[in-house]
Design a binder for this molecule. Sequence first.
Ligand code: NAD
Length: 436
Amino acid sequence: MNIGVIGSGHVGLVTGSCFSELGNKVICMDDDQQKIEKLKRGVMPFYEPGLEELVEKNVKAGRLSFTNNLKEAVENSLVLFIAVGTPSKESGEADLTAVERVATEIARTIQEYKVIVEKSTVPVETGLWIKRTIERNKPAGTEFDMVSNPEFLSEGNAISDFMNPDRIVLGFETVRAKKILFDLYAPFQVPIVETDIQSAELIKHASNSFLSMKISFINTIATLSEKVGADVVKIAEGVGLDRRIGKHFLNAGVGFGGSCFGKDLSAFIDIAQKAGVDFELLKEVKQINQDLRRQFVKKVKEAVWNLNEKTVGVLGLSFKPDTDDLRDAPAIDVIRSLQEEGALVKAYDPAAMANARHLLKNVTFCQDSYEVARGADCLVILTEWKEFKTLNLKRLKTLMSRPIIIDGRNLFDPDQMRKAHFRYVSIGRPPISERK
Ligand code: NAD
């Protein structure tokens, strides 16, 4: 099938590459000229494991190409995915400027039947607005159908998530569009949720809000555990083994970040508000997550007493492992707060250093974790990168001024840290002295 993907970011590029891998002919379009030039040279605009190889393979096979020209993508495609960004406005409302612009441009370009698929995460009824916009601007007599097909991939595991989803959600209005999308998704042997466009749009916001709620829930249990000397890791195990609840998204820590959860929570609260529903529950989920960053800085302060002129080594900057994405990463807020307290910050991340240099001021960026540890008054862990788990603790301790680790991701076993003679502070677990 001939496919065009408008917006070649984390979702668009993965969507395009994966569909080309399945034998379709895909054009990925973006209005960012630099991004497209890079892609044409085989350089990925962001870090995602396996993506470079997938792109290279499919470009070589003649199934995947890149363009800045929307007309080219539209003319050569039957199905057009809209995968542009939908960031938050100050108010929390989703900013649909890019979606509207793309819809208008598609309308001015189409000459024959197309299926326009909403892949971006959008407020309910955006599909209706896109449809109206295209109807108003397209040449008379040109037919098209709208489909909502939200994406559930998660960065760092995006290709596998896209290729092996738990389900595919398709919201459509006509049998013609349904048939085309079912053909496209035929290689995926997973349940397809068929529904109307509004329900498909709501499924995406409801899913992300539910996952955020699980994280804020377990983090509140972590705060309670700290007060009463319980162990949140064991509690999560005990709760998560109940199949009605499930063990995923029950890791206590410094909270969620990234381009989706915070933004989608705010957008969903705003959507509900506009529909006359006060979604207090989600406001609380958001607030709990925001408070975690402050609480974490307080923990660092308690561990070293006074932060002024102390050297704090930060391990992990990206909002999760296996990505270089720093959007709403807890590390950014935490580092800025530490600096406000007068701390001197050194930092290392296996993938996000280049992005971090643009965002953070007065941070000493290091080659590796050991360089961060050299002379540090404490280390803080903010991303659960696998390589941190296998650090040589003995070497780390020798390098540090004081052997203090404040672990925002519960990466280590407290007993292991005690044996390694660290003062180890983690999330929702009793201090070592109280452990049996
Ligand atoms: P992104 O910022 O990585 O990519 C968006 C791309 O759209 C950028 O490359 C940008 O240059 C391009 N763009 C913007 N305006 C354009 C225009 N007018 N014409 C052509 N291209 C344009 O964003 P993303 O992370 O890929 O997210 C895209 C959408 O998918 C969002 O709605 C997001 O909520 C949703 N989503 C993201 C994830 C994720 O993990 N990142 C997962 C599921 C859904």
